[in-house]
Design a protein around this ligand. Sequence first.
Ligand code: B3K
Ligand code: ZN
Length: 886
Amino acid sequence: MRTEQPKMITLSDYRLPDYLINETHLTFELFEDYALVHARLLMQRNPHLDAHLPLLALDGQHLELVSIAVDGQPLSAVDYRLSDSHLELQPRQNTFELSSTVRIEPQKNTALEGLYKSSGMFCTQCEAQGFRKITYYLDRPDVMSRFTTTIHAEKKRYPILLSNGNPIADGEDEHGRHWATWEDPFKKPAYLFAIVAGDLWCVEDSFTTMSGRAVALRIYVEPENIDKCQHAMDSLKNAMRWDEEVYGREYDLDIFMIVAVNDFNMGAMENKGLNIFNSSCVLAKAETATDAAHQRVEGVVAHEYFHNWSGNRVTCRDWFQLSLKEGFTVFRDSEFSADMNSRVVKRIEDVAYLRTHQFAEDAGPMAHPVRPAQYMEISNFYTLTIYEKGAEVVRMLHTLLGADTFRKGSDLYFERHDGQAVTCDDFIAAMEAVSGIDLEQFKRWYSQAGTPELQVSDSYDAATQTYQLQVKQSCPDTPEQSNKLPFVIPLSMALLNKQGAALPLQLQGESAAVLDERVLSVTEAEQTFTFINVAEQPLPSLLRGFSAPVQLRFDYSRDDLLFLLQHDTDGFNRWEAGQQLALQVLEEVVGQIYDTDEPMFDTRLVDVFAVLLQQEDLDPAMLAEFLALPSTGYIIEQYVHADPLAIYQAREHVSNQLAFALKEPMLARYQALRKASLETPYVAQATDFARRRLQNMLLAYLMRTEDLDILDACVDQFGVADNMTERLAALACLVNSPFTAETEQALESFAERFADDPLVMDQWFSVQAAAGLPNGLERVLHLLHHPAFSIKNPNKVRAVVGAFSTQNTPNFHAIDGSGYAFLADKVIKLDALNPQMAARMLSPLTRWQRFDLHHQEMMQIQLKRIRSCNDLSADLFEVLEKSLAV
Ligand code: B3K
Ligand code: ZN
């Protein structure tokens, strides 16, 4: 239990800051058991407010105040008031210099927020509110200051000393110590501050910007990782070029640095000029990182780089506006990845992720708008809704305005607000100004939570050659919100004839037809679109490219879906038709799974897969996407109350049936792909990703047949592969197979070979934690005792506890509740060390309402058990309260 209720922060309470900090001069003295932080702040009463001088309340947590002075005059204890969260004092002048020294203990910081140590190096994470754990400050994003930072440390242990901006001086101290000073010419909020001190090597390159300036690029890593930086460096240069070409954005400092650290709560952080990354999002080479990991590195490097404009140069006024920078930047990085790889595959991946995870969040107790109205702990709001749904909102603007107008809007936004801390309204205002479109109603995407439903039906009148689409939109109630108003929903669509060709589209009242495809703007609760001159009954292709983050309902027959799967001219919708078809088939099997060992299922799915497998001209990337059945998580989301065990079994059953029925063509195709992989050196590019993905997917199907020749092929791929993509996929097949001897041997040789590479060991852990065979929990408990596991390392926690609770359906949702109890135990343990991680890991249990009554009850028992613990963090407390409030 928590006796003290954390405070709720509310958007409507926003006030301008009373004081500004024009300059921030910091000096760090780093020692082995503590650090001293000297801050000199040039402060000023906010000139936009009246002249009286209110109390100054500086944020500060876990700081030991050593000394404090105003304009050089030391203050005594009666001159200020100290609490757990603030230092308050009464200024006497409009402008003044505040100096303080605090003592902190980075070595004991297991929350990984503020200044902490990771594998022997010092590093920082300040977003959102970590800077207050470094020094007393106005730790809010609308206070932007010019920073100068000096770091002193022992030279031998910490030869590299880094901070934001440009290096301006360095030198030697006594006793084997040294120092360096960095100056950042750009004003920034404290959340973008960073320092690093460590024994690091760097890979160096350079980039010439569009105006001809040379920028030094450096990626700093621990010495043993120096050979794993090239992919991140290439990605960075591609991102810099892309942002110039697509958004006209140029980099602004003389140097751009990335540092890889092993202990990091999230993926990475966009500190000005000094990005700090989870090593999993920087390090990649063929032998140790999968294709998916390579793509993640590319995406995250780009994302953090893009923040230099969307986030840093133009930042957020307050944390309610978080999606202003995150939604926009996710949209930017996803377009970048689409340009670097396959656009349609990227869209499919993003949508599958959004619909499985964000839709679940939006339908559960943690649902919140893209711009939340209140929070207790801002760290809990780095959510799928802020990021992924936020990106969809920006994508819809892009669709509604068109690429050129959208670009004019982003240019205006950057120009108007450079150096400012602004709101989502400012972003929309720029888009309105360039387009002349009134976006008032569109803004409901920022204020209303929940996934809208779009119910579409059609009718055709052959006599008048008119075709109507009747569209109804609605949005379910979410916590604290009911009776939602209609959204603006861009509905991209086409009408296909019997040959699959797109018909001309002419709405009633229009003088000419639009060819092929158009975007209907759905703005009302019920709306009818009437098309004229439609010569034959068409089949509609709706929500092409997933043009809005909604649940589309249209009553397609299975034959319609089969037709769309083979003929739709929109790649995304072809895939979607296949998914909906597979979903219908799977749902039918779910209904029979407890009644019979041999559930009947619609073999048209087998037939169409057989046809697709024979189509030589079909892009392997698309074929792989078609062959992937909807994930268990996605199927669960289709039910009001899901039985996760029945769903898992049904999916297994259908997968097995497909494998047996299609063994021959799958094997032929697998062998051809495997041969090509053997003959081609590893390249991290779309066509090779596609080949390996299809190859590995076929191997996974084939291993279901338990054929000994296929087992040999799998063991061979595991042993011979020159890259982690093939090796890990083969290992996963083994781990999920009944061939225990081969599996044990493979696991052992893998662990021996990669014992010294923590990121590879993470994969070894997670492949086992996710394995759905019986006794999964026992195996996971065993993994926790492996010497390479540490509960203090977020990557390890994600690899074992996270993989088990999000990917291991049958064991996590075990009928006796043991999986849930396990997660609760780990969350309780984590909370004492790292509250952000604890709150995050709890999320599978917060979704209890989605499940059948038995599972609901067992999940609630664990939530209540956690809530009864003493000294819960504010992070965990907020999530528990919300989950149990319903
Ligand atoms: N902006 C950071 C997130 C920091 C989260 C702190 N709890 C990474 C990103 O989205 O780019
Ligand atoms: Zn971001």
